[in-house]
Design a protein around this ligand. Sequence first.
Ligand code: NAD
Length: 292
Amino acid sequence: MAIILDGKKVSLDIQDELKEEVIRRKEKGKKIPHLAAILVGDDGASITYVNAKVKACERIGFKSTLVKLPEITTEKELVAEIQKLNEDIKIDGFIVQLPLPKHINEQKIIQSINPKKDVDGFHPQNVGRMALGLKTFLPATPNGILEIIKRYKIDTVGKHCVVIGRSHIVGSPMSILMGQNYYPGNATVTLTHSRTKNLKELCLQADIIIIALGKPEFLTADMVKDDVVIIDVGITRIPDESKKNGYRLVGDVKFDEVEKKASYITPVPGGVGPMTISSLLMNTMNATKLNK
Ligand code: NAD
């Protein structure tokens, strides 16, 4: 039976630590971190995510500002709003909630954010710094995964880590970070994707599997070896009439059977997901210190 990697608890621990740090900063008269978020349009999921971020700020004593813009906002108008936040010395870090409406070029928007305030870690300058192993804002999900690995003291040195999925927000950065010359890292990394021909063979050699694919229960027990460490990033809503909200969340791993073989495993929900907000808050605290 595997040890369950409790992302919910780790996330709350981090938020408690940040709350304490805010109190200490207040006592010393230091600046209180201030996070801003820009939300364009009225996509339900985006509203939920942004509200959760604002609420987390309130919980730990950060200041927060929510800039709500209508769906019809032009790219030029959005860049102008970003410019205001770039120059506002009260704001330490900010995010532009993705996805954006189709008429707005996401890359152009990301590139207009001041890299020193880019607490989502998506600006090419910050991605480049991450690839070089320099101090930067790591993207939320990979940062959260590293934090879980660290807090459970999971050994990664010299281990074979198979990453499944190569998205810019999870798989690709995760493959870079796990191979870097510090802990958690120093693993031998294999990055796999939809064109990989021998996925099962590779997975059977893996000491650590990080899966970010979006295919519910894709990874089954016959694909993993004993004592593997499983980090399941996938979240898919599956219709379920027995639930109040009409759906349940399912990861990329067939949890019940893989758990029996694994040494550690993240559940879905309650694993990687809750870490995302705490990562953003950690980045905001760092931005406050960096920009003082
Ligand atoms: P994505 O949806 O952009 O891409 C999926 C990746 O899977 C692609 O790189 C593709 O090459 C790969 N892939 C598809 N089929 C494959 C196969 N048969 N074998 C190997 N690789 C294959 O990826 P994403 O944005 O990283 O999202 C992946 C999942 O993670 C989704 O369920 C998403 O909801 C979830 N997610 C969760 C969090 C979190 O905080 N927990 C954050 C981001 C994404």
